[in-house]
Design a protein around this ligand. Structure first.
Ligand SMILES: NC(=O)c1ccc[n+]([C@@H]2O[C@H](COP(=O)([O-])OP(=O)(O)OC[C@H]3O[C@@H](n4cnc5c(N)ncnc54)[C@H](O)[C@@H]3O)[C@@H](O)[C@H]2O)c1
Length: 372
């Protein structure tokens, strides 16, 4: 039977999996899991913010359908994406005598998803894995595409794998416990999806900005489905980031990451960095004659309506940003190739391209304008 909540299907070299988004369906996931062939028992990994109520709801919902679910709760926050926490999850799985055919279920944000996925990829050389993302970043980005990872003290996401889930089930209602700033930074990633690939989605954001910031159920769920579908399209075409398509998802990230890194990840939410970075990329594209000033203004106005920053100085608590620091962080960006940054720029709404020929002076002038 067709699933009315189905957003897209991701295709990959080993098969395919559904991306599903609905409103308030955490306690009804049992039949969907049974359809995927998930067997009892399963192992839920969640974090200390998400366990109550969401981890508990998933557990109850599965048990209603005869799937026993054990829960492991990690401390909330990025430091949990570590080998120490991975080891504690392995210990728990061994103690529980978890077997090869039994699934790990990630219930949480991107930290839980990346860590649980890494455990699923490695425990017994791989066990089934399902994502139940509860943050916007996880719903429209981290849970899709099979990248799983842990951090090393030297850098983020340094050790990982491509390991595809059996399915992704996003309950948009869970986002109602996020604060406004968290919600806005999440929408920044979805707005980015519109700018790079889907002009109609940008229109929807413009038409429904206030309803989306109020998390109005119907439109929010629709927009998240569309945004998941865009990520699905990209990762289905470029599963392992080898074809230069997946890089388009980095729109706004060259400057955004550099702002985050040069403030030691303490000032900007990721989506806020991306928001400022999209503004910078739009100005660069305009100066290079690729887009009109009108499209730059459209970026500004849309981001403003989501209370997203359009310059670094608009983010509260930001201090000590220097041109040298930002340029240094940009030079360390993972997307640097042959010594130069690969810039994702627009040629129009929904039309992103990669350019390596952005003049250094233009980059500096743009950053100067953004850090004020
Ligand atoms: N694998 C990928 O392709 C990919 C892509 C993007 C980001 N990531 C990773 O994702 C992580 C960032 O994801 P994130 O922003 O979700 O971080 P996160 O998992 O740390 O979640 C942010 C905070 O929100 C809390 N939270 C989650 N859901 C909530 C809810 N519904 N209500 C209230 N609080 C909630 C969490 O407990 C945490 O404190 C990073 O580690 C990043 O590297 C991975």
């Amino acid at each position: 039977m067709a699933d009315a909540d189905l957003a897209a299907v991701v295709r990959h070299s080993g098969g395919s999996y559904p991306l599903v988004a609905g409103w308030g369906f955490l306690e009804d996931l049992g039949p969907r899991f049974l359809d995927l062939g998930i067997k009892s028992p399963v192992y839920i990994i969640t974090d200390s913010n998400v366990m109550n109520p969401y981890g508990r709801r998933v557990q109850r919902g599965l048990q209603k359908y005869g799937i026993a679910a054990h829960c492991f709760v990690i401390p909330a926050g990025e430091p949990s994406k570590s080998f120490a926490v991975v080891q504690s999850v392995y210990d728990w799985l061994v103690e529980r005598r978890a077997e090869r055919g039994q699934a790990i279920i990630a219930v949480g944000g991107g930290v839980v998803g990346d860590l649980a996925g890494f455990v699923a990829a490695t425990y017994l050389r791989g066990v089934p894995f399902v994502q139940v993302p509860t943050s916007m970043a996880a719903m429209v980005d981290a849970s899709i595409g099979g990248k799983v990872a842990v951090n090393l003290p030297q850098a983020k996401n340094l050790v990982g794998a491509f390991y595809q889930p059996q399915g992704v089930f996003a309950d948009v209602e869970t986002l109602s416990s996020l604060g406004k700033r968290e919600l806005a930074e999440g929408w920044a990633e979805a707005i980015k999806h519109g700018f790079i690939l889907d002009a109609a989605l940008v229109d929807v954001f413009e038409e429904h900005a206030e309803a989306l910031m109020d998390l109005e159920p119907e439109i929010s769920t629709q927009v998240i489905r569309r945004s998941m579908a865009i990520k699905a399209e990209i990762v289905s075409e470029d599963e392992r980031e080898t074809l230069g398509i997946r890089i388009l998802l980095n729109y706004g990230h060259t400057i955004g990451h550099a702002l985050e890194a040069s403030t030691e990840y303490g000032s900007f939410f990721h989506g806020e960095g991306v928001s400022v970075g999209m503004m910078g990329a739009a100005r660069i594209a305009q100066q290079m004659g690729m887009i009109s000033g009108e499209l730059v203004d459209r970026h500004h106005e849309l981001l403003r309506r989501f209370s997203l920053p359009t310059s670094a100085s608009a983010v509260s608590g930001v201090s000590g940003l220097s041109m040298e620091g930002v340029l240094r962080a940009m030079a360390l960006d993972k997307k640097v190739e042959g010594g130069g940054n690969r810039w994702v720029l627009l040629e129009g709404v929904g039309k992103a391209v990669v350019r390596r020929d952005v003049p250094k002076e233009l980059v500096e002038e743009t950053i100067k304008g953004l850090i004020g």
